[in-house]
Design a protein around this ligand. Structure first.
Ligand code: CU
Length: 187
């Protein structure tokens, strides 16, 4: 059994090595990208469609905060939020963008928080490197490879409790060719 384990380990290390090398190569090639700040709006408002036809480096600065809100008539509750709202703001990027997530936690917050974006193909969708304690900040960057609409959420144990308290939102990775026009619009 040992040779099998050794070979498996070597293959895994080679794959990880290749992935890291590819990421480093991509990182080196993103140096000249124009930098844009993600427009983060309180739902139901959403950022305008992306009109760029080339990749950019998108900065997403999100703060986790506790916000007192009304749960029902006369019932107040402190929600755990991304950006002060439940759900959190829609993040809008374009396929091929390099996205830098800057997740901070407000001073005075009572919990550690994190972010797991399902659009990210990496450890925990970013949660592995963004377990931020009150007053701290965790950053990471990733490349948006797969267009689609994905959920993001806090992934600090116990994850479902953080999500149930309000820590979720959506991220849209627009296709590089742009979105298809809609045939019906409700206004
Ligand atoms: Cu959390």
């Amino acid at each position: 059994m040992r040779p099998v384990i050794a070979v498996t380990t070597m293959v895994a290390l080679a794959l990880v090595g290749g992935t890291v090398a590819a990421q480093m190569q991509r990182r080196a090639s993103t140096g000249a990208l124009p930098e844009v700040q993600a427009e983060l709006l309180p739902p139901p408002r959403v950022p305008a469609p992306i009109t760029r036809s080339t990749p950019a480096r998108v900065i997403v600065a999100l703060e986790t905060t506790g916000v007192k809100g009304t749960l029902a008539d006369g019932v107040e509750y402190v929600f755990w939020t991304f950006g002060g709202t439940v759900p959190g703001p829609l993040i809008r990027v374009r396929e091929g963008d390099t996205v830098e997530i800057r997740l901070s936690s407000a001073k005075g917050s009572l919990k550690t928080h994190s972010i797991d974006l399902r659009a990210v193909t990496g450890p925990g969708g970013g949660a592995a490197v963004t377990q931020v304690m009150p007053g701290e900040r965790g950053d990471f960057e990733w490349k948006a490879l797969d267009p689609g609409l994905y959920v993001y959420h806090c992934a600090t144990p116990h994850g479902p409790v953080h999500i149930a308290n309000g820590m979720y939102g959506m991220i849209l990775v627009e296709p590089a060719r742009g979105l298809e026009p809609v045939d019906k619009r409700n206004v």
